[in-house]
Design a protein around this ligand. Sequence first.
Ligand SMILES: [Zn+2]
Length: 236
Amino acid sequence: MLRLGDESVNFYLLEQDGRYTLFDAGLPAHYEQLLAVLADRGADISAVDAVVLTHAHPDHIGIAERVRSEANAPVYVHADDARYATTHEQAPSERPATDYMNHAFARATFESAMASGVAPIPVVQEVQTFGDGDVLDVPGQPKVIATPGHSPGQSSLLLSEYGVLIAGDTLEGFNVLTGRYGPQVGPDGTNFSTEQALKSLERIEAIEADLLFGHGNPWTWGTKAAVASARALGRS
Ligand SMILES: [Zn+2]
């Protein structure tokens, strides 16, 4: 499993028998990074078989359309997030993200987002939808565990063979608006429903796997400890 992105946004590339699945799709500026990583391995964009999205927020779909069209690879997303992947519509959040501007961390995040030109993210022209319990027939054979809350279709993807759970933003390693450290659910300013996000943690806490977050470093101390952290930290 290869980690792509930058210090604030992660996405992942898995190789199986020379074929690749991209889990989430970062920001538009990350396309060259993907090409470089593939080239290092003697491959090119045509080796990518699929893009699987944990959810359809802009910082997770950045290069999805470009990979779809260049690699002729399907883009998979939970049915409840499909409209947010294919249009510029955004799921509402509980609180405006601008409420967090008293945090220097939030101001820095917004400034760097403006500088790298987060908007507009190209929408995905065509998606394949999945639902809870589906096992996708793509490299890695991810099993979908619906963990809604951060977005309506937020999903966690279990790669049993690798002992890895790709959490996307079901859990985040740090708080993207306040900088608070430790596994936690996203802040209200980014969540469709924080209450639902906290409830969804029940669906992953018994799974034995390492966690890969959409934001923050990999967590190798198990889902149980990560969920306990998220409950202790609570909403923000
Ligand atoms: Zn995110």
